[in-house]
Design a protein around this ligand. Structure first.
Ligand code: GUN
Ligand code: ZN
Length: 439
């Protein structure tokens, strides 16, 4: 099924911000148009710039949607979360492994039922769009039905989404166990069915090293080599008990990350969730292979996993992105995720400017996923996924943002105090897919 894009030029007047480089390493990394205009041609970006420059050249009859007082940025990109965990968000447990046993596995059991998966997927996508997230890298469950349910729902809304079936053939309840060969076969069937169909993209998804046999990881690596433009997603070095377990299970590996490396799972388009306890050699390997880190601060605080080390990752020039990790994460909002990422950096003795956080949630994520030509900025010809942020959406935000002296301060206040309420509207491929109703 495909949705026809709006077939004529649409223009949106607001403050417009997007990035063309990482502000941590490049001065003048963004374009900022205080009185700006975003011009969309069907489902693609036509131009972004100053209103005064672009408006006179607009053809006669083009509607200019007036969002003055608001801020348009590219749709947020969440590089790691689990749609089947929507209904168990905020479930307490003393750490990752008991949380998986007690809540996650029983919840994921229900996703062999396609109708259940579809119902949860619809709610999940509503929630993402309410929070301004237009692209996500999504874990389904071990059931192929859960992948069909997810992609059917995202395709019906014409969203740029990445998702995959979990591979898990040991150390899990029998009702969630696949086999090395069966999991690889089902993954390949799903790649053929969904990868690059419309805006859908497939991610080969071994859950994490403890729940996959070496045979399963090897087959996942073979699949990744056979389909080099698919994605790979997994968890690495999240929690001490998990890291100890991996050392026991894979005594010959130099490190946890090396388990994946030695099975052909590190390459461009490999997205590693958490990356908390990596050493310098691991970070160097991430950078050398073009793999990327999905940093999950709300989840890491919630499960008490640890603090991501931005400074060491930056020293190695690793591709970085931010992620909610719902349901380990406690919010669907990338603004709330920035809020917690900022505190992670402070607790590690480093500093994360707001402009960097907005970069990581847009172009930085797109680059990490090798999707820079499609999403993450307003470069002409990219897909028109964008959001309208309201700096005055609550009395407190209105009062505080009125007093902001510059753009960095405005972005910082939005990140620290904002959430779904700050998202006035969300557009995907040029169509409005969410509009916040007045309270
Ligand atoms: N490690 C393996 N599975 C999971 C999961 O579902 N959530 C988190 N946060 N970590 C994991
Ligand atoms: Zn996760």
């Amino acid at each position: 099924m495909s949705i026809a894009p709006p077939n004529k030029l649409q223009a949106y007047r607001a403050s417009v911000l997007h990035f063309h480089a990482d502000p941590a390493f490049t001065p003048d990394a963004y374009s900022w148009h205080e009185d700006g205009l975003l011009i969309v041609d069907g489902d693609k970006v036509h131009a972004a710039g100053d209103y005064a420059t672009l408006a006179p050249a607009l053809p006669e009859g083009v509607t200019v949607h007036d969002y003055r007082g608001k801020l348009i940025v590219p749709g947020f990109i969440d590089t790691h979360l689990h749609f089947p965990q929507t209904d168990m968000i905020a479930s307490p447990a003393p750490g990752l492994l008991p949380w998986l046993e007690t809540y996650t596995f029983p919840t994921e059991r229900q996703f062999g039922d396609h109708a259940h998966g579809r119902e949860v997927a619809e709610f999940f996508l509503d929630e993402l769009l309410r929070c301004g997230t237009t692209t996500a890298m999504v874990y389904c469950t071990v059931h192929k039905e859960s992948v069909d349910a997810f992609f059917e729902a995202s395709e019906a809304r014409n969203l740029r989404m990445v998702a995959g079936k979990i591979l898990m053939d040991r150390h899990c309840p029998e009702f969630l166990c696949d086999s090395a060969e069966g999991g690889a076969r089902e993954s390949e069937d799903l790649i053929r069915k969904w990868h690059k169909r419309g805006r859908s993209l497939y991610a080969i998804t071994p859950r994490f090293a403890p729940t996959s046999s070496e045979a399963q990881l090897a087959l996942a690596g073979e699949l990744a080599a056979a389909y080099p433009d698919t994605f790979i997603q997994t968890h690495v070095s999240e929690n001490h008990a998990e890291c100890d377990w991996v050392r026991e299970l894979y005594p010959k590996s130099r490190s946890y990350l090396d388990v994946y490396d030695s099975h052909g799972l590190m390459r461009q388009r490999s997205m590693f969730g958490h990356c908390i306890w990596l050493d310098d050699a691991d970070f160097a390997r991430m950078a050398a292979t073009g793999a990327a880190a999905a940093i999950c601060p709300t989840s890491n605080f919630f499960l008490g996993s640890g603090l991501f080390d931005f400074e060491r990752a930056d020293a190695a020039r690793v591709n970085l992105s931010l992620a909610t990790d719902v349901g380990g994460g406690t919010s669907f909002s990338m603004l709330q995720t920035m809020n917690e990422a900022y505190k992670v950096a402070r607790l590690k003795g480093s500093y994360l400017p707001a402009a960097r956080m907005f970069y990581l949630a847009t172009l930085g994520a797109a680059r990490s996923m090798q999707l820079e030509g499609s999403i993450g900025s307003f470069a002409p010809g990219t897909e028109a996924d964008f959001i309208v942020l309201d700096p005055a959406c609550t009395p407190l935000l209105a009062r505080r943002t009125e007093r902001c002296a510059n753009l960095e301060e405005l972005l910082f206040v939005l990140a620290l105090l904002g959430d779904d309420r700050a998202v006035s509207a969300t557009f995907a491929a040029g169509r409005k897919v969410h509009e916040r109703l007045p309270a």
